[in-house]
Ligand binder design. Structure first.
Ligand SMILES: NC(=O)c1ccc[n+]([C@@H]2O[C@H](COP(=O)([O-])OP(=O)(O)OC[C@H]3O[C@@H](n4cnc5c(N)ncnc54)[C@H](OP(=O)(O)O)[C@@H]3O)[C@@H](O)[C@H]2O)c1
Length: 280
């Protein structure tokens, strides 16, 4: 890899952990909130100037989508102010910043996959705070990779597959069948990031598991991969009201380099299922 000394922020999150594994051959400095709160500008500046990395990869974020509706300031601090601090600091020392964003910047009104040039229109506080973060990064460091991804999951951390597999001991599970997205297995995304970093083509990228599916069909694939027999009942979004509105359709595609494309989402399910140590 062309970068040798890599700072990862939010390193204990599910994507942060996959990135640490992916960059294991580099000198990796892994920080989570207890080591460095990205909202604190002077701390960020001091820490990064001290380390003098070749690149910063920001996997830190306020990711509690429903809680963000009532904790707006906390969401904007981590998702907009934090990325601004990192962008300012990386720009000062002349290094690139990798930053992650989300399909939730879109309103989900389209019926074809969203590409990088589609117009964002977030529905939730989380989506608006992430869009604000993208804009801060664009404004303060032109040497940026903003990577929009979706429906992240891993064998570590809290995510949909882990929750739905833990519910498999019930007689029946009810799963939303009218929201569509791109499930993305974190190790697949981490691998695509290392390919992206071989280029110097800065900008905004959509990188998510290829193809799209509903939460219902995603569950079916997970249960099938793990040999779970539990009945899955399709329900609609209105049957399962949540505080934050989600885009009904958030499938992502990319108009950039096709070689960066992630494997099909079904392959993510297979790899996850092989590595998941939980019981069901
Ligand atoms: N999860 C998804 O489905 C999804 C979908 C699309 C895009 N994304 C984006 O992908 C990226 C990675 O998401 P993820 O699912 O890996 O998130 P995650 O598992 O929630 O990890 C985020 C990490 O960042 C830490 N953090 C929060 N605020 C921080 C701060 N101010 N300073 C330093 N660290 C902080 C968190 O610590 P605490 O746990 O202590 O708060 C956590 O360890 C984020 O940018 C997210 O918005 C996620």
């Amino acid at each position: 890899m062309k970068y040798h000394k890599v700072v990862i922020t939010g390193a204990q999150g599910q994507l942060g952990q996959a990135l640490q594994v992916q960059f294991a051959k580099c000198e990796v400095i892994s920080w989570d909130i207890q080591d460095l709160d990205i909202c604190q500008f002077e701390q960020v500046r001091k820490a990064i100037h001290h380390i003098q990395p070749d690149i910063v990869v920001n996997a830190a974020a306020y990711t509690q989508v429903d809680q963000a509706e009532t904790h707006q300031e906390a969401a904007y601090r981590s998702n907009a102010l934090g990325p601004k601090n990192l962008a300012l600091t990386t720009q000062e020392i002349g290094i690139p910043l990798v930053h992650f964003s989300t399909d939730y910047v879109f309103d989900g009104q389209q019926s074809r996959p969203y590409h990088e040039f589609d117009e964002p229109n977030p529905l939730s506080v989380y989506g608006r705070s992430k869009l604000a973060g993208e804009r801060e990064v664009q404004k303060w460091n032109p040497r940026h990779f903003i990577v929009r991804t979706a429906w992240l999951y891993h064998v570590v951390g809290k995510n949909f597959p882990q929750t739905i597999l833990k519910l498999a001991n019930q007689k029946q599970v009810r799963v939303v069948n009218d929201q569509f997205g791109s499930p993305t297995y974190c190790p697949h995304l981490a691998q695509a990031i290392s390919h992206l970093l071989e280029t110097d083509v800065f900008g905004t990228y959509h990188l998510a598991g290829s193809g799209g599916t509903s939460w219902y069909d995603f569950t079916k694939a997970l249960y099938q991969a793990r040999g779970v027999q539990t009945e899955i009942l399709p329900i609609s979004t209105t049957d399962y009201p949540l505080p934050a509105p989600r885009p009904a359709y958030g499938v992502l595609t990319s108009l950039h380099d096709p070689s960066l494309q992630l494997p099909p989402w079904e392959e993510g399910v297979r790899d996850f299922s092989t590595h998941w140590k939980g019981t069901n």
